[in-house]
Ligand binder design. Structure first.
Ligand SMILES: Nc1ncnc2c1ncn2[C@@H]1O[C@H](COP(=O)(O)OP(=O)(O)OP(=O)(O)O)[C@@H](O)[C@H]1O
Length: 247
């Protein structure tokens, strides 16, 4: 559904991404794990057409080449981004935020139906449909951001650290909703530092370090990989090999 190859991004002299390639299948959740500054946000922005790449990139959605399209046309082609920090309009209501996400090219005739599906996915938003977004909790605001992106009826949804700053309970609720989004046929590419929770819902993952993909595999394999456990799941390298203290 999403195929990406040859993405290189530089900010001045600093090379943030170096020849990154990845793919996401139909109705698959793929997670990108990486430390602070590894290039995760830059990667999502590059795919969404929000930062310029070095020549040679190729990005396609459902077989359609979107590499040269401007950001608004990429949304119309079926790819939506939920940015880090959510990007919601705090002074507007839930309803108004959702309507701003509608994609006139893809969804106008089905706007009411989409809205209904989103309010079924996030019942909290239905209860708060006239509430001003800035007065909502972080988790609820994240739901608004995801709902707004879903209003464009995307085939591919990119999410930049949706769990950031949320309570464990809220993360569970949000990630359960993402599983429903996948079940509806949407492909999800998720950038996360919460490896534990994201690998629990993902089908596959990629590991990114210093702007390069350095590994990847099925979520089950990554969860069991000792190096991944040490780097991303907070497991101590010496937890079962600690030498006995000398007397
Ligand atoms: N607009 C910019 N100008 C200059 N350097 C930038 C810019 N955006 C990102 N960078 C740099 O590029 C590198 C990758 O940043 P990016 O935000 O993509 O990483 P990240 O993996 O998303 O990090 P985090 O998890 O902390 O959000 C970092 O070294 C960052 O300082």
């Amino acid at each position: 559904m999403l195929e990406v190859s040859g993405i290189s991004v530089a900010y001045g002299q600093h090379r943030a991404l170096d020849d990154v390639s990845l793919d996401v299948d139909v109705a698959e959740i793929v997670v990108i794990l990486g430390a602070n500054g590894a290039g995760k946000t830059s990667l999502l922005k590059a795919i969404a057409g929000l930062v310029s790449c070095r020549p040679g990139k190729k990005i396609s959605v459902a077989g359609r080449d979107i590499s040269t399209l401007p950001a608004h046309a990429i949304v119309e082609a079926g790819l939506a981004l939920v940015p880090e920090g959510r990007g919601t309009f705090g002074d507007l209501t839930v309803q108004e935020n959702l309507l701003l996400g509608a994609n006139p090219q893809r969804a106008r005739s089905r706007e009411a139906e989409r809205r209904e599906q989103i309010l079924t996915l996030f019942p909290r938003l239905r209860e708060r449909i006239t509430q001003t977004v800035r007065t909502m909790s972080g988790g609820e605001q994240q739901m608004v951001a995801i709902g707004r992106a879903l209003m464009s009826n995307p085939s591919v949804l990119l999410l930049d650290e949706p769990s950031l700053g949320l309570s464990p309970l809220m993360v569970r609720e949000l990630f359960t909703a993402l599983k429903y989004v996948r079940a509806s046929g949407v492909s999800l590419l998720l950038v996360e530092q919460n490896a534990q929770e994201s690998l629990a819902i993902a089908n596959r993952g990629y590991l990114i370090e210093n702007g390069r993909i350095v590994g990847g595999g099925l979520a089950e394999e990554l969860k069991a990989d000792p190096a991944v456990r040490r780097a991303y799941l907070g497991e101590l390298a010496t937890s079962h090999t600690t030498p006995k203290r000398e007397a």
